[in-house]
Write a protein that binds this ligand. Structure first.
Ligand code: PLP
Length: 369
């Protein structure tokens, strides 16, 4: 199987990830819940993982909150900053993990920047939208549909100048592009552990530059006599027993990213994107969405072939891609592809040039029909 759906989850992981998870299941109890050696092992493993994440993303270990996925992290961040009926400015490329929590809160949402691959336009739109001060700006760093990398450093500068808290959805950038809580001065950065960080599913991280409101209440192993949840991270966001095997696996994924180096991972991914474009852009019956500031995600349409049918044909020929709206109808509305959806190829460190060329050849055949 040629796996080109890494934007959903990176199926192929470094071998150390599964090994660490199996080790944890035999050796780790619950962090912060005892002084016997298995509880201590668990506490040390969790702290090591927090430290690795903090080193990679310009934070302190205590600012690293473990979550189930990016959606969980985004819900924590959004529901801390936006009260029911409050307001937010978002980009035109947000995932449902951002828009649905805002919808559930009944928030007044302004959408800024709907032009694909146009960072200058995106920035102007955010500048205009911030004339009226919202409770928060929530912005994806990289569109999961089109791979467009938004100018997050400049958007963060605007937010700092206007004193508006910023939540960054780094679901498609963490592990692919440098991002630092400290440098951005963001309130929160949310990321999955299971995509570009090569950890297992069931893991995610919320980096906290702002006090955190709990989503759930429960045991934390700290301040046990009091009934209010601790108001400090990470405990405020981590009620209940941790996913220790997941955290140990994630630590190995983070080590892999650190070893390879984000610059090398990016170079590889960009090389695969260029190769896919060489094989597909301008080919008969195929429309590729590409442009400035694009990461290793490529959306395309095939004339006369419904994207779900195209994905099924690819699956039958052992190529895994994602078709449809990719849980991001707003991004499709912005790009004018809401009715058709797109076929999406997304790459990881484990994809080879040969795999991308083979997938492109099959897609060209579909276009030629
Ligand atoms: N935000 C973006 C941009 C995404 O691409 C995704 C997942 O595809 C999410 C949020 C949600 O991530 P998770 O599945 O880890 O909750």
């Amino acid at each position: 199987m040629i796996f080109l759906d890494c934007g959903a989850t990176s199926l192929q992981k470094p071998a150390q990830v599964a090994a660490a998870m199996i080790w944890a299941m035999g050796h780790c109890a619950s962090p912060g819940r005892g002084s016997y050696c298995q509880a201590e092992e668990a506490a040390q493993a969790a702290f090591k993982c927090r430290t690795l994440a903090a080193q990679l993303f310009g934070a302190e270990p205590e600012q690293v909150v473990f979550t189930m996925n990016a959606t969980h992290a985004l819900n924590l961040a959004i529901k801390t900053l936006v009260s029911p009926g409050g307001s937010a400015v978002i980009s035109g490329f947000e995932h449902n993990a951002v828009t649905r929590p805002l919808y559930a809160l009944g928030a007044k949402v302004r959408v800024a920047g709907r032009r694909l691959f146009d960072p200058a336009d995106t920035l102007r739109a955010f500048e205009a939208a911030l004339d009226v001060r919202p409770d928060a700006v929530v912005c994806t760093h990289v569109s999961n549909v089109f791979g467009y990398r938004l100018p997050i450093e400049e958007i963060a500068r605007l937010c700092r100048e206007r004193e508006v808290p910023l939540v960054v959805d780094a679901a498609q950038s963490a592990g692919h592009w440098p991002i630092s809580l400290r440098d951005l001065g963001a309130a929160f950065i949310a990321m999955p552990g299971h995509k570009g960080l090569y950890g297992p599913q069931g893991t995610g991280i919320l980096l906290c530059g702002h006090p955190l409101k709990p989503l759930m209440e429960g045991g934390t192993g700290s301040l046990s006599r009091q009934q209010e949840m601790p108001d400090f991270p990470p405990d405020a966001g981590e009620a209940g027993t941790h996913n220790v095997p997941g955290i140990c696996g994630l630590a190995e994924g983070l080590r892999f990213v650190q070893r390879q180096g984000p610059a090398e991972l990016l170079r590889h991914e960009r090389g695969l994107l260029e190769l896919a474009l060489e094989g597909l852009d301008g080919a008969s019956g195929i429309r590729c969405f590409h442009g400035e500031a694009q990461m290793g995600v490529l959306s395309l349409t095939v004339d006369g072939v419904d994207c779900e049918t195209a994905a099924q044909e690819l699956a039958a020929r052992e190529v895994a891609v994602r078709a449809g709206l990719h849980c991001a109808p707003l991004a499709h509305e912005s790009a004018g592809t809401l009715e058709t959806g797109t076929l999406r190829l997304s790459f990881s460190a484990f994809n080879t040039r040969n795999e991308v060329q083979r997938a492109a050849a099959i897609i060209r055949e579909l276009g030629n029909r």
